[in-house]
Design a protein around this ligand. Structure first.
Ligand SMILES: [Zn+2]
Length: 287
């Protein structure tokens, strides 16, 4: 739920850089060059669908046992995946510099979980096992932390509009700017209280976007992960709250000096710390 600017690299740069590593395989290199126009046509389709939340309409590779299907031109699935693994991700290859730059563009915060984790790998928004033609496409490569990387799990791809996770490069501003994650603070939960997080997208959002936000929240297990972060922070926060209350300081004043700064300094509106600050404030005002 952190919006990222689309990658600064174009596919042409990535493709030609990866091909530089193929001088010893001239036949493969020639077939890749010959197939590029067909790959380009697929990328144009992606670029057209993505801003409208329509990537779910793209047709994945059908998995046939033991088969290695042709994806575009005469290029097989295994060949396209190998190009990504060996020549973009491969440590010693010319493409690795681009890989590292694409990864660094997230500035150390994973856009899927809203910055709990640090990006460790590029995740394929449309998984490379189902859409090998997009395995080198920068707009399909999202820097993700280990817990959010969906590639290995074969998730993060849906055949229905409402089950798509949020795309950090393309999706509507309201996913990133409006609050849709909320929390309830329970001070009685021993020893330091707890926050129960949930997705509650605003009523005025399109139905499909409400469901997408809920899918995102569930698929990345944000409820459990946010509660864990909040639990650790509450150990010290609870002591501060209790000390201020013991000094006879009013709820309003506690909110002003302790909770407002927590909310305002959080990296974004749906960050667990911002949501936690609001939940605690609400409990103080009601209690
Ligand atoms: Zn993450």
């Amino acid at each position: 739920m952190i919006k990222l600017p689309p990658p600064s690299y174009e596919f042409d740069q990535v493709f030609s850089t990866c091909l530089e590593g193929l001088d010893k395989k001239p036949e493969f290199k020639a077939r890749l060059s010959a197939g590029k126009a067909e790959i380009d046509a697929q990328l144009a389709l992606y670029a057209e669908k993505a801003p409208n939340g329509e990537l779910y309409t793209l047709v994945p590779v059908v998995r046939e046992h033991g088969a290695d299907p042709i994806i575009v031109s005469d290029l097989k699935k295994s060949e396209l995946l190998n190009l990504y693994e060996a020549h973009l991700r491969g440590k010693e290859k010319p493409g690795r510099g681009i890989y590292n730059e694409l990864l660094a563009a997230a500035n150390g915060t994973c856009p899927y979980c809203g910055g709990i984790g640090r990006p460790r790998n590029l995740d394929h928004y449309l998984p490379k096992s189902k859409f090998p033609q997009f395995s080198l496409f920068p707009k399909n490569l999202v820097p993700a932390c280990r817990d959010c990387n969906m590639d290995g799990k074969g998730q993060g791809f849906s055949a229905s509009a409402e089950k798509q996770i949020i795309h950090p490069f393309f999706d509507a501003e309201h996913f990133f700017r409006e609050q849709w994650i909320f929390g309830t603070y329970d001070p009685t939960d021993e020893p330091s209280g707890s926050v129960d997080f949930y997705a509650a997208p605003p009523d005025h959002w399109p139905e499909v976007d409400k469901e997408r936000a809920e899918t995102h929240f569930d698929d990345f297990e944000l409820g459990v992960r946010y509660a864990k972060e909040a639990g650790a922070r509450l150990i010290s926060l609870r002591t501060q709250l209790d000390n201020l209350a013991d000094l006879g300081i009013s709820s309003d004043e506690i909110s002003r000096v302790l909770l407002h700064p927590m909310i305002e300094n959080a990296p974004h509106i749906n960050h667990w710390e911002s949501v936690m600050g609001k939940a605690v404030m609400e409990a103080l005002n009601n209690g």
